[in-house]
Design a binder for this molecule. Structure first.
Ligand code: ADP
Length: 515
């Protein structure tokens, strides 16, 4: 048996590696820096913990999740692996004591927050101890193009370059688009070919997108899933409180979590959820980093998050135990406006904001696609896959209807308006609105003016959203995207491509009188 397999069994108690682990470990042992992209629960920790045991020197684990460090270190110590952590929860004396232990080579692994590496204490430590490996956990936080950029990661690359001799580097993340992965590699000088991706697909998750009637859906869903553990995410504290009251009033076993609550209340609620004293947690995205609850059966987003990365990460908290679980997005156009507002209010530079708008657009498209939802997410992360057969689009047995003519009306209108306007004005032209802007731009003279006057404006906008999700239309970057027609759209206009859409049926959820 190879030495790594022996160690895996002896120290960690596992007989086989999970996908990707052995490849990553072998690369590190050959002193090749690498980036591991594995889904949450995929087993990233062993990728650096096992090599750490084979090196003489120290392995430094950089992690932004201060609240998790203690648990991780405790787990290692329980397995008989010497490890410690230093972070802001410890007092000065304790930090000095732990640095001393590390300097004497008495621990194999040292967990630190990124900003800690820049302190003089740490530089002093490095004079005494050889660092063989640096593991950068949650590595997407280093990229400005990621969804969770952290300024504390900003100097990480520079600090690591200052280590002498240069240690091996392993970066790990569960969420990185191809652009973010490339950025991480570039910033940490990891060869691009040393990316190990194990696949983002979560076979036990069934994705769903629902539109309209959110509250009724929530009440019905919880009634049907009584006793199951789940998380309901909303974007604002106010909405979390509103949903909490709604569900609490209806006698469901719920708790609440957002950053505006006191530390004591938050940890009390988190614990109640962790130990199944309450079934459902209504929360903002402040709830999540570090929840390790395996039996979460559903994650419902009552409001849409700002990008696919956040969505997939949050939705992925369902079904860590591998059992069938659901991830539901309740979509409404207003929620997209809330996310736009967040972007507008952020003090980030224009380029960063533009990128955020782009991400929001992809999130909107997810809500409007009629293709496989899992496949849409995988494509976003640069992976191909076949239809999952579980999401509500795959299971949608409504008939597909040929809507080529309607699509051509929309595409032709966009062309005739010079590809300089957004979906709402296109909708107005097609429905023959008398809006002031129409006269201002003389659009009432267009041949497409009023061409769909039997449609409501909302229906036309939904069709535009669908055509955008299916890439017949391309929205520009920015807050108010302007539409242009893609090559695929041109083929449709030329009659070379047919467009199909599932027949629209207004679904009325049956609501119990008691509700
Ligand atoms: P991640 O950091 O990727 O979310 P972890 O490293 O915390 O995941 O691992 C998730 C779970 O999988 C842990 O309980 C871990 O002990 C377990 N695990 C890791 N590697 C293996 C393996 N080779 N065989 C069985 N279980 C494993």
């Amino acid at each position: 048996m190879s030495q790594v397999l022996e160690l895996l069994e002896e120290k960690f108690g596992y007989q086989t590696f999970r996908t990707g682990q052995e490849t990553i470990i072998n690369k590190i042992l050959r002193s090749e820096d690498c980036l591991g992209i594995m889904p949450t629960g995929g087993g990233k920790s062993i990728c650096y913990q096992l090599p750490a045991l084979m090196f003489d020197g120290l392995t430094v684990v950089v992690s932004p999740l201060i609240s998790l460090m203690k648990d991780q270190v405790d787990a290692l110590v329980d397995m008989g692996i010497s490890a410690t952590y230093i972070n802001s929860t410890l007092n000065y004396q304790e930090i000095q004591r732990r640095l001393g232990i590390a300097a004497r080579g008495e621990v194999k692994l040292l967990y630190v927050a990124p900003e800690r590496l820049e302190t003089s204490d740490f530089t002093e430590l490095l004079r005494h101890v050889k660092v063989d490996l640096i593991a950068v956990d949650e590595a997407h936080c280093i990229s400005q193009w990621g969804h969770d950029f952290r300024p504390s990661y900003l100097n990480l690359a520079k600090t690591i370059r200052g280590f002498s001799p240069r240690p091996r580097i392993i970066a790990l993340t569960a969420t990185a688009t191809p652009e973010v992965a490339e950025d991480i590699c570039e910033l940490l000088s990891i060869p691009l070919e040393n990316q190990i991706k194990t696949g983002f697909s979560r076979e036990n998750l069934a994705f769903q997108v629902m539109k309209d009637q959110k509250d009724i859906f929530l009440l019905e869903y919880l009634k049907m899933n009584k006793g199951q553990s789940g998380i309901i995410y909303a974007s604002t504290r106010k909405e979390v409180e509103r949903i909490y009251r709604l569900l609490h009033h209806s006698q469901f076993s719920v708790g609440m979590y957002h950053a505006g609550m006191s530390e004591i209340e938050r940890s009390r609620n988190q614990e109640a959820f962790a130990f199944d004293r309450i079934n459902v947690m209504v929360a903002t995205n402040a709830f999540g980093m570090g929840i390790n609850k395996s039996n979460v059966r559903f994650v419902i987003h009552a409001q849409m998050p700002g990008n696919i990365e956040s969505y997939y990460q949050e939705a992925g908290r369902a079904g860590r135990d591998g059992l069938p679980s659901e991830a539901v997005l309740l979509y409404s156009a207003q929620d997209s406006q809330i996310q736009q507002y967040f972007i507008e209010q952020s003090e980030a530079n224009i380029e960063y904001q533009q990128n955020e708008y782009l991400k929001l657009r992809e999130m909107n498209q997810y809500a409007h696609t009629e293709g496989c939802l899992q496949k849409y997410i995988l494509k976003y992360f640069g992976e191909t896959g076949s239809d999952c057969g579980r999401c509500n689009n795959c299971l949608d047995d409504r008939e597909s209807v040929d809507i080529t003519i309607d699509a051509q009306k929309v595409l032709s209108c966009v062309k005739r308006m010079g590809e300089k306007f957004g979906k709402s004005l296109v909708g107005k032209v097609l429905t023959g609105s008398k809006d002031q802007k129409i006269t201002q731009w003389h659009f009432e003279g267009l041949t497409t003016y009023g061409l769909m006057k039997e449609w409501t404006q909302k229906e036309v906008v939904q069709l535009i959203d669908y055509l955008t999700a299916e890439e017949y239309l391309i929205p520009s970057k920015g807050q108010y995207p302007l539409l242009s027609v893609s090559d695929k759209g041109i083929d449709c206009l030329l009659g070379k491509k047919q467009v199909f859409r599932k027949q629209l049926v207004v679904k009325q959820l049956v609501v119990d009188d008691a509700l």
